[in-house]
Write a protein that binds this ligand. Structure first.
Ligand SMILES: Cc1ncc(COP(=O)(O)O)c(C=O)c1O
Length: 454
């Protein structure tokens, strides 16, 4: 069926380089061909093992090939269930909606409708835009500096990172970007709580100002912890303030939980930290239990679009719904969101100790198992807050040093200078210790190579 003649990593990597698009991204920094994977461990073609703290960009909440996932897949196959159904219903789909709604706070789910989307977070973002635009009749959308919402035209328009946007003409117009609270690099140069307060006051004034230049918004989209933006958590108080001001102005609040959803930040949904109820929630990654699935869940008052308004062939991935059910159940039954808090705290503690011993770590932050380590150049001038410039070359070298030592991590944040930890929620204390140990060695080695030779 498949070639059993297993080749070396290099063989597959060279083939990939020759045949795949120039837009390929992860293999450039994580040069690996994967032979097999289990839990937090992936094994390459030559038998080398790695701790996978990328987890399919935060998708693999239960790690690779968890028994409940395998069982769900086998069940679908054994029962001869359909694999593809467009958006026609089936018992599995019905059960998936039950499980998903049961996992959401009742204040939200009791009023919710669900739209199944094409199997990518970005398509669910597109759908969310269409829902709020249709319902409000408005065209303007508010988004945040540092936000990430995907790579399709609409989703990219809402994304902060300029580099993938620069070459693309004709992005969605009428998107306005607002300052997101970011203590280490405060957009107002103030830092601390004051910076966060000013961020909110600024947004409040922009929305109240009849001459702000921004026409009535169709919606505001935000992440509660910015993921690709560099694991930046928004303070709960700020989130609550944003909820009040959007409610006051009748602006639908769209929470993008594509990366945070299903326990990663220490609550099943990150918006629960602040105790708010959004109007729209976008979900993908973890809810498919390793397989592609994306949905928008939203208040029924917004359900004003027409039949067929967001069609798409692949909205009925039954296998993903089955693995999604298994994942939601396993996470809820085993309170994995609490484990994410516990393991996240332990990992952050280790990383903060490493920070004390190494001058190139500007900040360790995050929530639950969504953690970022901001790499800086301590040999340059700090700004007025005492924050040093980003050091992307050193961040890349740390990533490489980790990789050589068997730890897969990804970079994100401004200039790609934040090392991100996104391990599966089933990570153990022992694994947290091992990963921290590797990271400490890698930072030291990388600093020695370029920082101390400056
Ligand atoms: C918060 C957020 N929204 C949307 C997306 C886009 O999802 P996808 O890559 O599946 O299109 C991502 C992907 O990382 C994300 O982190």
């Amino acid at each position: 069926m498949y070639s059993t003649q297993v080749q070396t990593n290099t063989h597959y990597l060279l083939n990939q380089e020759q045949r795949e698009s120039n837009a390929r991204s992860y293999p450039r920094r994580i040069p690996i061909a994967i032979k097999e994977a289990s839990g937090i461990i992936v094994t390459d073609m030559e038998g080398k093992t790695y701790f996978d703290c990328l987890s399919g960009a935060g998708t693999l909440a239960l790690g690779h090939n968890h028994p409940v996932i395998i069982e769900a897949i086998q069940h679908v196959l054994a029962q001869n269930l359909p694999l593809h159904t467009l958006d026609l219903t089936t018992p599995i789909k019905d059960e998936f909606v039950e499980e998903l709604f049961a996992s959401l706070p009742p204040a939200f789910s009791s009023r919710a409708k669900i739209q199944f989307c094409g199997p990518a977070g970005a398509d669910a973002v597109e759908a969310a835009m269409k829902i709020v635009k249709t319902a409000t009749g408005n065209r303007t959308v508010l988004s945040f500096h540092g936000g990430y919402h995907g790579m399709t035209h609409g989703a990219l328009s809402l994304t902060g990172n300029r580099s993938p946007k620069e070459p693309i003409t004709g992005l969605m117009p009428d998107v306005h970007f607002l300052p997101y609270p970011y203590r280490y690099r405060c957009p107002f140069g103030l830092g601390g709580e004051l910076g966060e307060q000013i961020s909110y006051q600024y947004i409040q004034r922009v929305l109240d100002d009849p001459e702000s230049g921004i026409t009535s918004p169709a919606g505001m989209i935000m992440e509660i912890v910015q993921g690709e933006g560099g694991a930046i958590p928004a303070p709960d108080e700020w989130v609550r303030n944003i909820r009040s001001i959007t409610r006051k102005h009748g602006i639908p609040l769209i929470i993008d939980e594509v990366q945070t959803g299903l326990g990663r930040t220490g609550k099943l949904y990150a918006f629960e930290h602040a105790g708010i109820s959004p109007d729209v929630v976008i979900l993908s990654k973890a809810i498919g239990g390793s397989l592609p699935l994306a949905v928008v869940v939203y208040d029924k008052d917004l359900d004003q679009w027409s039949p067929g308004a967001h069609a798409g062939t692949f909205r009925g991935n039954q296998m993903a719904m089955a693995t999604g059910i298994a994942t939601i159940r396993f996470i809820r039954e085993n309170r994995l969101e609490s484990m994410a808090t516990k393991m996240g705290e332990q990992l952050q503690n280790h990383l903060k100790t490493i920070q004390k011993l190494n001058s190139s770590i500007g900040e360790v932050r995050g929530r639950g198992l969504m953690i970022g380590v901001e790499i800086i150049n301590p040999k340059q001038q700090p700004d007025n807050l005492g924050s040093y410039p980003a050091y992307p070359e050193l961040a890349r070298l740390i990533q490489q040093e980790c990789f050589h030592r068997g730890l897969i991590l990804e970079l994100g944040g401004r200039h790609g200078s934040v090392v991100r930890f996104l391990p599966p929620l089933i990570i153990t204390q022992e694994q947290v210790n091992q990963i921290s140990h590797i990271f400490a060695e890698a930072v030291q080695a990388a600093e020695k190579k370029i920082l101390h030779s400056l």
